[in-house]
Design a protein. Structure first.
Length: 528
């Protein structure tokens, strides 16, 4: 791969317009009450984008092109680096925003069904958060206007229509949203050609190179859909020619249900520098980084001193499938049983090659990773209000549930009401369900990033789970936390200051669509 190709692959260096002009003003959104149906003249954006969801084609496998659904975008106003088209990919454009920017996004729906966009990890006013009740129909437009308040980090966007999120994401609808700020800039982390973005997604194809989905029926839904190949930015097992210098990798697990345990093939430590919510206080040296669906990690890879010609692979290391897919459908705690039950699927925990790096040339590099990355952590320990709120994750009557409840568009239970800007401890308890049905669930909360306080697990039967847990880092800010079977995870959450209806759910997208999702209502005035 030539340097130019590498840059293309990373989505750097190609600007703007895959979309062409968009049909604006094609109608008012449904449920117009609380939402702007038109741009507000009083809102003066620093950045304005057109984003369109529609059918398209992508070259993924050799031979026929694959029909996909995808986001395309166009920069209407703002710095040219704001929008990067990811080349040779179905992924939506990578959006690069800065903290403090005011952003307007004119989103138009050219799909044959309803959709809405959610900005995963961002603290948003209610009307901008992409709640499924805000979906817009085919041919309609939705205008997002918001200020970027999050700190620097690797975030992403994807659709959020109820019962259709998994399908739409699977067909290709997702993109990265990278935020920069002053604290991060001062570190001079590797950037440009030294910054590599990797969106990991597993897929299955038929003989004509078309995506297949839920071929395993019920079982695929209960467990979450697993593909048989992993794509990186929409390409299978790409190879990267790099230099003898330091690289910043931004990794997103954009898969519907697969959990990766990422390692370097030669045993090099994973130097983790960031999590879902941005930079860690200090770099962490891990043997592995476990990434559940929805989660991100930033890793520094220093190739200084490597021999030209050497190669290195990013892999997902093996772990016992039963630790995350345990005891499903009355089959007992059979190891890997679930994987075997769906034809063609590669089970969770199967060893996978993600991409290969080849050291292609010598280049001098003076980059030194600072021992202190961020001071943002200093303020996180706040006093929670009231006793911990218990949220059980369970399986009953053929459904994945939160506190025994399924999703209902507008329903909020009394204990799902929280005061704006308040802090609580939520205790996520992963219980064994009917016939022992129990799985690992990545639980995601909309709104500001939170912290993981503790993990407790039932003693015994633990040695296998430890293989997955080894890669879980709870040191940073996060918006999605993996709760292993039998585990109780305590998180400390400070809720958004914006009042309104927000979501928490499992980020195994089939679970989310099946109703393992609930609203919570934030009460009180903004800024109060
Ligand atoms: Cu990334 Cu509510 O989802
Ligand atoms: Cu989210
Ligand atoms: Cu789940």
């Amino acid at each position: 791969m030539k340097r130019r190709d590498v840059m293309r692959w990373m989505g750097i260096g190609t600007l703007a317009s895959a979309a062409g002009r968009l049909p604006f003003g094609s109608g008012a959104p449904v449920l117009a009450q609380s939402r702007p149906s038109a741009a507000r003249p009083s809102f003066v954006p620093d950045v304005e984008l057109a984003l369109r969801a529609g059918p398209g084609e992508a070259r993924i496998l050799p031979g026929a092109a694959t029909q996909v659904w995808r986001f395309t975008g166009e920069l209407l106003k703002g710095p040219p680096e704001t929008l990067h088209v990811v080349p040779d990919s179905y992924l939506g454009p990578t959006l690069r925003l800065r903290k403090g920017q005011k952003v307007r996004i004119r989103f138009s729906n050219a799909l044959p069904e309803s959709t809405i966009v959610h900005w995963h990890g961002l603290d948003m006013p209610e009307a901008m958060d992409g709640h499924p009740r805000l979906v817009i129909g085919p041919g309609k437009e939705f205008i997002y206007e918001f200020e970027v308040v999050n700190r620097a980090g690797t975030y992403w966007y994807h659709p959020h229509p109820h019962e259709r999120t998994a399908t739409q994401v699977y067909r290709g609808m997702a993109g990265l949203l990278l935020i920069a700020d002053e604290e991060e800039r001062a570190l001079s982390l590797p950037s440009g050609a030294e910054e590599i973005v990797c969106v990991l997604q597993d897929r299955r194809f038929d003989a004509r190179n078309q995506l297949t989905y839920l071929a395993g029926g019920m079982m695929d839904q209960m467990r979450g859909f697993l593909g048989d190949r992993v794509l990186v930015n929409g390409q299978e097992r790409p190879s990267l020619a790099l230099a003898t210098r330091a690289y910043r990798l931004r990794l997103l697990n954009g898969s519907n249900a697969r959990i990766y345990k990422l390692v370097w093939s030669d045993g090099t430590a994973m130097t983790m520098i960031g999590s879902d919510g941005g930079l860690l206080q200090r770099p962490l040296q891990r043997t592995a980084v476990t990434l559940a669906p929805g989660q991100r990690a930033e890793v520094l890879l220093d190739l200084t001193g490597r021999a030209v010609g050497a190669s290195l692979e990013l892999r997902s290391a093996p772990y016992p499938a039963a630790t995350v897919d345990a005891a499903a459908m009355g089959m007992g705690r059979g190891r890997g049983m679930m994987g075997g039950m769906v034809q063609g699927a590669v089970p969770n925990g199967a060893p996978l090659s993600i991409f290969t790096i080849r050291v292609a040339r010598r280049e001098a590099s003076t980059f030194r990773l600072p021992s202190r990355l961020s001071t943002f952590d200093a303020s996180w320990e706040k006093t929670p209000i009231g006793p911990p709120r218990r949220v059980t994750l369970s399986f009953q009557s053929g459904q994945w549930l939160l506190n025994g409840r399924t999703f209902d568009m507008m329903d909020v239970a009394p204990e799902e009401t929280v005061a704006a800007g308040s802090t609580q401890i939520w205790e996520l308890v992963n219980l064994p369900g009917m016939m022992g049905m129990q799985m690992a669930h990545p639980i995601h909360l909309h709104g500001p990033q939170f912290r993981v306080l503790s993990r407790q697990h039932t003693a015994g039967a633990d040695a296998d789970a430890a293989i997955v847990r080894e890669g879980i880092a709870d040191e940073g800010w996060t918006d999605t936390v993996l709760v292993m079977p039998g585990e109780t995870v305590r998180i400390l959450v400070t809720f958004t200051r914006h009042p309104g209806l927000y979501l928490y759910h499992c980020h195994i997208l089939e679970h989310e669509d099946m109703g393992m999702m609930r609203n919570f209502r934030v009460t009180g005035a903004a800024g109060a």
